[in-house]
Design a protein around this ligand. Sequence first.
Ligand SMILES: Cc1cc2nc3c(=O)[nH]c(=O)nc-3n(C[C@H](O)[C@H](O)[C@H](O)COP(=O)(O)O)c2cc1C
Length: 365
Amino acid sequence: MHAMPTRLHTLFNLPDEGLPLVFLAPMAGYTNAPMRHISRHHGAALTYTEMTCDRGLLNASEKTWYLLETIKDEGPVVAHLYGSNPDSLAEAAAKVEATGRFVAIDLNAGCPVHKITACGAGAALIKNPQLIHDILKAMKSAVKQLPITLKTRLGPAPDKIAVFEILAAAESAGAGALAVHGRFTSQGHGGPVDLPLLAAVKERAKIPIIGNGGICSKHCAWTMLHETHVDALMIARAAIGNPWIFDDIRTTLQTGVEPPPFKPTGLRPQRDLDEIQRVLNEHLDLNLHFLNMLKEKYGVPRDDTAVQENLSAAFRCHLFRYLHGLKGSSYIRGRLFELQTLPAIREAVSSCLEREAGWRASRRV
Ligand SMILES: Cc1cc2nc3c(=O)[nH]c(=O)nc-3n(C[C@H](O)[C@H](O)[C@H](O)COP(=O)(O)O)c2cc1C
């Protein structure tokens, strides 16, 4: 099914590697250029920026434009915007296209956070497919050639399915693809993903459908792909501190053999400790490089001390996911406030990995 180039390959201009398409989902506070770079180099065919406000872009707010900064060798990236006004989103889309950094521009119609929905954006749009249509149409007319796509949910609540009307709105507005998080707004990010409904969306769609929600293992990926036949899979939380998930999933799906069921122990597959250290250090270095780039370009962070502070604060959430389940990780948690500089983080990582190595060695004898 996935050995042939799909319409998504053409839409996003992706090379055909004969492997299923697995994307990194947009995540505010996480999917900055370094995380996208790491994900890309572990098999994500496409990545999304953090959620970016249309009005912030139009007001030339530096904090907003930061979110759309890219670094070298990131691979194809989609700019992910939110807003609720067709005119301002159209104007913002034209500005985003002019940067020349992206392969598509995506509209957020799924974020349930109050700050976003209170402005009529994110998941608030799910209740108004006509407005989704008008926004997508305005964005499409404003750009010269980039595809416009949409990311949404199944509906506000299980008794209010809206995804079919949203699909029709997206198609008639000329959207290139639809990413569907297979949960309802009322579920937030938890609870079951409705695969039969996702399959029905795929069945009805004339545009490619990207399936998202609850993919945390090779088996989850296999199940979504085989039960829904979506054109690509999109992973969010399971990729934090775990970039290996992309290649794991792609190569497993390529074999055509169903992987063993996922045991929900909360633990990830045991990785080689040198590999964890190597990738974690690479991710840290990329963050440092990225922040220094922002310092040069915008003057914020203002100096090297601010760069280190910013780095240690922003990297903590990644750090714990990289070290998740390892013996020394609770020790690091206890020393959280000592981790204010890059050398302190590196030192803490080494001591955690040493503890885990000692424990693994003791299990072998
Ligand atoms: C911390 C965090 C930030 C997120 N930010 C966004 C966002 O900016 N835009 C968006 O469309 N979805 C956002 N999401 C939702 C994810 O893209 C995804 O739809 C959801 O987490 C389900 O996928 P998963 O089960 O693989 O995590 C976010 C999720 C998390 C956990």
